[in-house]
Design a protein around this ligand. Structure first.
Ligand code: ATP
Length: 548
């Protein structure tokens, strides 16, 4: 498939609003693609380039895109930036600029999906001193071969934000439809393989092949997540349940095969070299080949838990790791096992996985109680809080491990604080002594297909150190500036507290936060994990019921 045809399909999909029509249209294109194009097409449609488990990144920021577009259009960079400021969207601005170029130059190549993908793969492999120059060369070539529409989607793909509203659910259903296999089998295989591109190729072969898909070592799977609820509800529904401390740290997934081991963060980034102390501890917990799931916490000299930010600092660290190991001591708490010596365990009920965990891993297994008595579990909850943990997790004993799903089989119980995770999409410059930093931030939630909707601004709750830290994180993601307002590629997630959610016409989401205040960065979370509009509606409804 030519990249120009792919761009046309994106344009058509952008205009369709119904879910079923979207799925039909995607499904109609899948059978015609060969085994090499199919995974690329699927990932590109979701705005992704590499499999979800992969560590490859093309590492191109807005600046390189602007420079390349300016170069091939024969403009200077400031003209490109002016167009972006005018449009408020990089894709549309690039489309306008490159469609003017189309009339004056001839294209020698019309790249297909494979060509574009192999340029992306090459970009991800470029390292070292000459890397910026070499990357610029590749990006210029890509834009030189692009007309307006191709430029629009190419720039968005490069910046990691295709914005045509195609989520995993659409793709899963389209694969099932195109190859006439059950949606559940596609979903199940996807949870284990963590790449819908590859799953499409397997689905083409048939349902038996899909059912045979298993977890593989060193391909991290998405983390299972929890919902909110109450102890009473869970006991009523399930009878006996498991309860564990809810550790306020950072999630990890540990893979070990013989002497080789790797550790991944919640965003599935490999962090083995950042936390060698944790790797050392985990290696000693078992002689088996395993995939373990758990939470790392930071502890003080007395072994008491320290705030979450200390752990994140360690996960982020690239240099000077040894001295930070001394300053911040980390401890793992293992609470699940997904794989043991060649066998995938995710379909087994939790009580069986727990038994396997305890039998095969000797240290650092998170303590657990099993009870059907509300009073016993409440006492365990108070004990968790007294020991300085965030609360407890209660888990259904019968439940499978469902990667990437936020399900009622895991319920988090913690003191009620109304906080919400939102993407930072813009900022305004500060004033007075903070004039060189951003002072207030524009925040967005997402709709079901991942489109971002503005919902609030936040300007309070920041220490000077936090503001300087946010500035460092955001400055490289700037895409445009108009007046005092700067827009960013959404990459940074804030956890924000609020007093109330109100209906509002001031923001695209239709809601606004009353008294928003910054709580902390959530750089363990990706943009796809921010609050959805439907859960904001749930929060709004629950709040109105409380008032009544
Ligand atoms: P929160 O914002 O409340 O920390 P979250 O959005 O990060 O939650 P949730 O799914 O709501 O994620 O809560 C589950 C998280 O709690 C897990 O991702 C994990 O990091 C953490 N956690 C701590 N202790 C446990 C435990 N014993 N079992 C499972 N998860 C745990």
């Amino acid at each position: 498939m030519q990249f120009s045809e792919f761009s046309e399909i994106c344009g058509q999909l952008e205009k369709i609003s119904g879910r079923l029509d979207t799925i039909d249209m995607i499904a109609s294109h899948l059978p015609g693609l060969d085994d090499e194009e199919l995974p690329i097409f699927i990932r590109f449609l979701m705005g992704r380039i590499f499999p979800d488990w992969s560590q490859d990144k093309i590492g191109i920021g807005p600046n390189l895109v602007f420079e390349s577009v300016a170069y091939v259009a024969g403009n200077d960079r400031s003209k490109v930036v002016r167009e972006i400021n005018k449009q408020g969207d990089v894709g549309t601005a690039v489309e306008n600029i490159l469609s003017k170029k189309e009339q004056t130059s001839f294209f020698s190549e019309n790249p297909d999906l494979r060509d574009v993908y192999s340029d992306f793969a090459y970009l991800s492999s470029i390292e070292g001193n000459r890397s910026q120059k070499e990357k610029l060369k590749v990006i210029r070539k890509l834009f030189a071969n692009a007309g307006g529409a191709e430029g629009k989607y190419l720039s968005r793909l490069i910046l990691g934000e295709l914005r045509i509203g195609i989520g995993e659910g659409n793709i899963r259903d389209a694969i099932a439809k195109a190859f006439d296999v059950p949606t559940e089998s596609v979903e199940h295989a996807y949870q284990a393989a963590n790449d819908l591109g590859e799953i499409a190729v397997i689905a083409k072969k048939g349902v038996d092949e899909l059912r045979a898909v298993r977890i593989s070592l060193f391909r991290p799977v998405k983390m299972m997540l929890a919902k909110q609820g109450t102890i009473a509800e869970m006991v009523e529904e399930q009878g006996a349940i498991a309860a564990e401390y809810k550790y306020d740290g950072t999630r990890f997934q540990f893979h070990k095969s013989g002497d080789k081991c790797r550790i991944y963060s919640r965003k599935l980034e490999e962090v083995t070299t950042a936390i060698p102390d944790i790797v050392d501890i985990l290696v000693k917990t078992t002689g088996h080949d395993v995939i373990l799931d758990g939470e790392v916490i930071a502890v003080d000299g007395n072994g008491n838990p320290m705030p979450f930010q200390h752990v994140l600092k360690r996960f982020r660290r690239k240099h000077d790791i040894a001295s930070h190991i001394e300053n911040i001591r980390l401890v793992p708490n293992i609470f699940d096992i997904l794989y043991l010596d060649g066998e995938t365990l995710i379909d087994k009920p939790f009580e069986e996985r727990r038994k396997i965990l305890v039998e095969n891993v000797s240290l650092h297994v998170a303590p657990q109680i099993v009870s059907d008595d509300i009073i016993t579990i409440e006492a365990f909850y108070r004990e968790a809080l007294d020991a300085g943990h965030e609360g407890i997790m209660i888990k259904s004993l019968k439940s499978a491990y469902t990667p990437g799903q936020r399900v009622r089989q895991w319920i988090k119980i913690k003191p009620s604080v109304d906080t919400i995770d939102l993407a930072v999409v813009g900022a305004e410059w500060g004033e007075g002594k903070r004039a060189h930093l951003f002072g207030s931030f524009i925040l967005a939630c997402q709709d079901e297909s991942g489109r971002l909707l503005r919902i609030s601004k936040v300007a309070t709750g920041f220490s000077d150190e936090a503001l300087a830290g946010v500035y460092d994180l955001l400055k490289d993601t700037e895409i445009s500036e108009s007046g005092k307002v700067v827009s960013f590629e959404p990459e940074v997630v804030f956890e924000v507290g609020y007093a109330e959610i109100q209906k509002s016409t001031n923001y695209e989401a239709g809601y606004a936060l009353r008294f928003p205040r910054f709580i902390r960065f959530r750089d363990d979370k990706g943009i796809d994990e921010i609050e959805t509009i439907s859960s904001i509606e749930d929060r709004f409804r629950a709040q109105s019921e409380k008032i009544r």
